[in-house]
Design a protein around this ligand. Structure first.
Ligand code: F6P
Length: 541
């Protein structure tokens, strides 16, 4: 359905106009209870959304919008395994991968839980063997380094999690190679011993050009050192495509499967998480699944107005469609979350970067924003200038885990102070009066004040969410990632788009494969004039 046709959308449009002249300073002044009122906690995560341009009426209208757009039944349909990915005719069941206890999830009448648990047992058993040294390389040595070769969802999720949970890493070192640029692979391999290196070739389709190119080069590196017979002890695959895995030369006994109803960007909970299980151990991997499951339960059962993913989704949509934000920044204040912005980029932008609704009709409202970011204090010294004083209004998610193994003073106090200071500065800003008072207290002349006044004023009123995590344990991380997955789902449901396909990546792939053949000397039809000119330039060199 078109959400703009709902009563709530019209009410939100009127309401946005009425609220526009009110600065957040005023909203806080008018309601001393605001900081406690606009916050909610679940699964070890406090979401403080008080620093948004909203009030109770806004939330009421947003929840009404979710109701009118039938969000509840969309949630039910996803968890129940309905084929909600219409353009690919698939169910969307990453949630089943982390389901706990006795349960059944049916796809085409078949319970998928036994198959999920069967693969998980194999993944865990294999991870244990690699971690304990029981899995030997071709020359009888144990594995010291694991190299995951994959891209997109077959890289970003496991890479981000292995980094986030690095303080828990007690297995072999894990490395991630994704870029087709040979330097990514060669620089990774430069210090590794082929006899002690295990490659995990991760590709849902096993047709992805970058992954196969890197996998072939890795194979050649191994074979040069250990001969063809070494492949069986040093290559495993994670894929849905057993045939292609076998064609590549990996024994299907060394393949860990998953299913077409697991989207690439939602796949870290599946066998794609193998490097995670090897790095931190199966038990902690299971704790991460349990944390995600807890968030799933919260999402399914909590009232919409107290539901973390629903709130995060609705507030984001409010910023995009009613306040004009076209971008959303992610600022994690824990260094080990440094790949979280990149992970969320794929999760959000590949899911909701759509311009037609599920029925093919064109949208006449904004959908997914540009997602970007960096660890907080680094970002402060890079792009926060624009967040504070630029012309664009960019909402920010500030994310801070309050406890993490290895976190030390005085760093922790600075981490907290910086995170809170930035969201306060964005909200409060600094008025002309405050700048004047501050400068004259420091003895500045009237002329100096006038010369700098405009430059030193901060408009403020810039929205942000603060997510405070009790800790950065596997469990809380699992909950955080499920929170963002469901946030994306909430927005996609209301926008009426299919968040689970990605046709937009196909055209470039198609053109690249034609160009690659051409560059390798095959005859091919001429390209567009611009590409021809660039090809000619490259050929001259
Ligand atoms: O090109 C986009 C994409 O299809 C992503 O959706 C996916 O995560 C990535 O490529 C990798 O795909 P695969 O796991 O099949 O190699």
């Amino acid at each position: 359905m078109n959400p703009t046709q709902t009563t709530a959308w019209h009410q939100l449009s009127d309401h946005a106009q009425a609220l526009a002249p009110r600065h957040m300073r005023e909203l806080f002044a008018a309601d001393p209870a605001r900081p406690r009122h606009f916050r909610t906690k679940a699964c070890g995560i406090l979401l403080d959304y008080s620093k948004n341009r909203l009030n109770d009426d806004t939330l009421r209208h947003l929840v009404a919008l979710a109701d009118e757009c039938d969000l509840r039944s969309h949630i039910r349909a996803m968890f129940d395994g309905e084929a909600i990915n219409g353009t690919e005719g698939r169910a969307v069941l990453h949630t089943a991968l982390r389901a706990q206890g006795d349960c059944q999830v049916l796809v085409d009448g078949e319970d998928v839980i036994p198959a999920i648990r069967g693969v998980r047992e194999r993944v865990n058993a294999f991870a244990r063997q690699v971690r304990s040294g029981a899995w030997k390389g071709h020359s009888g040595e144990s594995i010291s380094d694991v190299v995951n070769i994959g891209i997109g969802g077959s890289d970003l999720g496991p890479y981000m999690v292995c980094e986030a949970l690095r303080p828990y890493a007690d297995g072999p070192r894990v490395h991630f190679v994704s870029n087709v640029d040979s330097l990514h692979l060669t620089q990774t391999l430069a210090t590794l011993d082929p006899a002690r290196t295990l490659f995990v070739i991760a590709s849902k389709t096993f047709t992805t050009l970058e992954t196969l190119t890197n996998a072939r080069s890795a194979r050649a590196w191994l074979v040069a050192a250990g001969g063809e017979a070494a492949v069986a002890r040093h290559f495993v695959a994670v894929s849905t495509n057993a045939e292609k895995v076998a064609q590549f030369g990996i024994d299907p006994a060394n393949m860990f499967g998953f299913w077409d109803w697991v989207g690439g960007r939602y796949s870290l909970w599946s066998a794609i998480g193998l490097p995670i299980a090897i790095s931190i151990g199966p038990q902690r991997f299971d704790e991460m699944l349990a944390g995600a499951f807890a968030m799933d339960q919260h999402f399914r059962t909590a009232p919409l107005a107290e539901n973390l993913p629903v709130l995060l989704g609705l507030i984001g949509l409010w910023c995009v469609d009613f306040l004009g934000a076209s971008s959303h920044a992610i600022a994690p204040y824990n260094q080990t979350l440094h790949r979280l912005p990149a992970f969320l980029q794929q999760l959000d932008m590949e899911s909701n970067g759509k311009r037609v609704r599920a029925d093919g009709s064109e949208v006449d409202y904004a959908t997914g924003p540009v997602i970007w970011g960096e660890p907080g204090t680094n970002g402060q010294h890079a792009f926060f200038q624009l967040l504070h004083q630029g012309t664009a209004m960019i909402p920010v998610d500030f994310i801070l885990a309050l406890a993490q193994p290895g976190q030390k003073e005085p760093h922790r106090t600075s981490q907290i102070a910086n995170c809170l200071a930035q969201s306060a500065a964005l909200m409060l800003g600094k008025t002309e009066g405050e700048v004047r008072a501050e400068m004259s207290a420091r003895g500045a002349t009237e002329a100096a004040i006038e010369a700098l006044l405009a430059h030193r004023v901060f408009p403020g009123n810039r929205p942000s969410n603060t997510l405070l995590l009790d800790d950065l344990s596997p469990r809380t991380l699992g909950a955080l990632l499920a929170l963002y997955e469901h946030k994306v789902f909430v927005q996609g449901s209301i926008w009426g788009i299919n968040s689970f396909d990605q046709w937009g990546v196909e055209l470039g792939k198609q053109l690249a494969s034609g160009l690659e053949e051409r560059l390798r000397g095959a005859s091919a039809p001429a390209c567009d004039a611009s590409t021809e000119a660039l090809l000619a330039y490259i050929a001259e060199r």
